[in-house]
Write a protein that binds this ligand. Structure first.
Ligand code: GCW
Length: 704
């Protein structure tokens, strides 16, 4: 009897443990088996007659058929049956061009019951809409929803939902931590890697409809005829998935590949060169999206090299693509080599006066915060400051400053914090993005995708790609729900697994901020590669590339005074926002050192002296990782062993790093505060000199 029980337990454990074995390649599209018997029976029934029109004629419809077949075999272990009789189908895919409830890309899914039979209608205005509807239906099934009651209508409010790849021609990726670029320019155009298709499919499943496949630090070679053929091959592969391709345009391309003497945007030969180039591109790729441009930023060429403005440069390129309905997305990430002005003020100072000067088909793309993708930044003051210009929000999905691919950090709470930030008493950042009086709206995310088998390096990194896409489709979704969707589709239907991973993910962002840059600290990472702590960094030529520029520690205190008595960067915000941050005694403490130089003895809202609170925060960050480890351990018997082991090892790196951050930073700041660590905190394992001696010349992501 005893043996029998043990045997049964062992069998049970083996089944539950290995049921979702995966190397992560399938992403959230692994379509795990549905175990709930009654759901499965119903799903089977309705998958036994599916009506899809034009399967032979339309490439997107073909994809829908493939997806349904694939999903059905995996989820309900039965091949679906397709019918040509729309009257008797239990799943009906219907194009409804006149439908007023959805927009061009939207879809609806509606359940019906008739004579004890039930089914669903999936409707959209076009085939790509149906593809989105198909993915939504399959997602609902993965979430074990009852299809007898499903009733959803969904339309994206942002028109451009794109990934930005910082991928180079030689397949390195600037700030990429998951291997090489998936785009193999050497074997294109003749070889279409399966990865391109799987990439496009994953994007379509979350509603991403654009991709910039080349680095913003651009290479003009991509605009040569040879490379444009390769780009065309990718565009052809992506088209059925509703994904448009965009390129970064190097401003000096007319000189580099066009034999011109200048790239001056007002020069007639330059204007003609870009116009001809646009025509050449659109002849190959009629639905080419347009150009993304980084100009006069970090050494990139731009219109200012010719004493022209960003608007002059953008409008010249915009005129070239306008006849083909193309657009230009001009980045606002600029700061000058020469100006001693507070770096976070510069983009606003340069771009705000240009509001109203851009052509209709130009959008300005603005990073979430005014500095550079720090663990936590206040929202960028340019949001809402250029009412006549369509603004695109740029998030960084790849974890350049967020522990790269060894730290588990779920970014949706950070995305949401920015989207939900009030720019004034009545409007949020999301309202600026969604503003309906302009045709052009958009959001972009710097991709975290590479050639690693699981695409994103860290197994949980995929959640950030997923969450970005879901929020791009609907910025009002909630981070917790998105996490749940992702976990359930990726890992397991088991409640305990879902719940535990969800808790780990939801706490991970705030926790990372605590062990890296609590209370508004920023840019104190290692020079160049940005991995690990280096608050002492002061050796780079540019003052504003050095951590000491950002924290300004001295015997009085720490923090960058951006209030009226300092750089006054705060004045770039609406008075409603200024009121929240302008005074150090009332300032939201998560931005305290962003806006104020604070005494080591400053009294925090909870009564702690500042120094004690700083020590507390760093320690809390470390404790948080320990908690994640325990939580992760608690599900070891319920998920795939290899995947579990991977995350376990990475969490150990994360813990070591968190301790390193805490001990290096606190000891360094202690040289100014001259205060002891509050009682009860562990002493650092090494002295400050040791931490200062560490260097990582081969840290990943430099992408040259
Ligand atoms: O975050 C910084 C990165 C650069 C990047 C730049 C940008 C592509 O360190 O690697 O360059 O931002 O956004 O242009």
């Amino acid at each position: 009897m005893k043996n029998k029980i043990i045997y049964t337990i062992l069998i049970f454990l083996t089944i539950t443990k290995f049921s979702n074995a995966s190397d992560g390649y399938d992403l959230w599209l692994g379509y795990h088996k549905i175990n709930n018997a009654s759901l499965k029976t119903n799903y089977k029934k309705i998958f036994s007659s599916i009506y899809l029109k034009d399967v032979q004629k339309n490439a997107t419809i073909k994809l829908i058929k493939k997806e349904l077949t694939w999903a059905s075999k995996l989820m309900i272990e039965a091949a679906p049956l397709f019918t040509t009789d729309s009257n008797n189908a239990s799943i009906l895919f219907r194009i409804d061009e006149q439908n007023k409830d959805i927009n061009e890309e939207g879809y609806g899914i509606k359940a019906w019951t008739k004579n004890s039979k039930n089914g669903v209608v999936v409707y959209a205005k076009n085939e790509v809409g149906l593809l989105y509807g198909c993915f939504a239906l399959l997602r609902a099934m993965q979430m074990q929803e009852d299809l007898k009651t499903i009733n959803t209508i969904s339309s994206p409010t942002l028109k451009i939902r794109m990934l930005n790849h910082w991928d180079n021609i030689n397949r390195t990726i600037e700030r990429g931590y998951a291997g090489n670029s998936i785009f193999n320019w050497h074997t294109l155009p003749d070889y279409i890697d399966k990865r391109y298709i799987d990439y496009a499919r994953a994007n379509a499943s979350i509603g991403i409809n654009g991709t910039v496949v080349t680095n913003v630090n651009a290479n003009a070679l991509f605009l040569t005829p040879e490379y444009l053929l390769k780009v065309k091959a990718l565009a052809d592969a992506f088209r059925p998935f509703g994904i448009k391709i965009y390129l970064t345009a190097r401003f000096s391309a007319p000189i580099e590949i066009g034999n011109l003497k200048t790239a001056d945007p007002l020069d007639s030969a330059v204007i003609k060169w870009w116009a001809d180039k646009a025509k050449e591109i659109y002849d190959l790729i009629p639905d080419f999206g347009g150009f993304l441009v980084k100009a006069n930023s970090e050494g990139q060429p731009g219109p200012q090299n010719y004493d022209r403005t960003h608007a002059d440069g953008a409008n010249m390129m915009a005129a070239a693509v306008a006849p083909f309905k193309g657009i230009v997305i001009w980045r606002a990430f600029v700061y000058s080599n020469e100006t001693p002005e507070d770096r976070v003020k510069q983009a606003y100072n340069e771009f705000k006066p240009l509001d109203g000067k851009f052509s209709k088909n130009v959008l300005v793309q603005i990073k979430n915060g005014p500095l550079d993708f720090q663990p936590r930044e206040p929202f960028h003051p340019l949001f809402g400051a250029m009412p006549k210009t369509p603004e695109v929000l740029e998030f960084q999905i790849t974890q350049e400053y967020l522990g790269q691919s060894t730290h588990l950090v779920y970014e949706a709470p950070m995305f949401k914090e920015i989207l939900e930030s009030n720019i004034n008493a009545t409007q949020k950042v999301v309202d600026v993005l969604e503003h309906s009086n302009n045709e052009l709206t958009g959001i972009s995310g710097v991709a975290n995708i590479g050639s690693d088998i699981n695409w994103c390096g860290h197994p949980v990194g995929q959640a950030n790609w997923y969450a970005f896409g879901r929020l791009a489709w609907n910025p009002h979704l909630n981070a917790n729900e998105i996490a749940k969707e992702w976990i359930q589709q990726t890992w397991s239907h088991d409640e305990k697994v879902i719940d535990t991973i969800q808790q780990i993910m939801m706490a991970s962002y705030e926790n990372m901020v605590k062990y890296m840059t609590p209370l508004g600290l920023h840019h104190i990472m290692g020079n160049g590669h940005h991995y690990g702590p280096m608050p002492w960094g002061n050796t780079l030529n540019r003052e504003d590339w050095n951590p000491v520029y950002y924290h300004k520690s001295d015997s009085y205190g720490v923090g960058f005074n951006r209030s009226i008595s300092g750089s006054n960067a705060i004045a770039q915000y609406d008075p409603f926002v200024q009121n929240k941050w302008k005074d150090s005694s009332t300032c939201d403490e998560k931005f305290l050192l962003w806006f104020h130089h604070i005494s080591w003895k400053h009294k925090m809202k909870n009564g702690n002296p500042f120094w004690d609170e700083l020590c507390y925060q760093y320690n809390e960050g470390v404790n948080g990782v320990r908690k994640m480890q325990k939580q992760w351990q608690s599900i070891s018997m319920h998920i795939d062993e290899d995947q579990h082991h991977q995350v376990k090892q990475l969490l150990q790196i994360q813990l070591n790093d968190a301790i390193w951050w805490r001990d290096a930073c606190l000891q360094y700041f202690q040289t100014f505060s001259k205060l002891p660590l509050p009682k009860g905190y562990p002493l650092p394992a090494h002295d400050l000199k040791y931490y200062q001696s560490l260097n990582f010349p081969f840290a990943p992501g430099n992408g040259k």
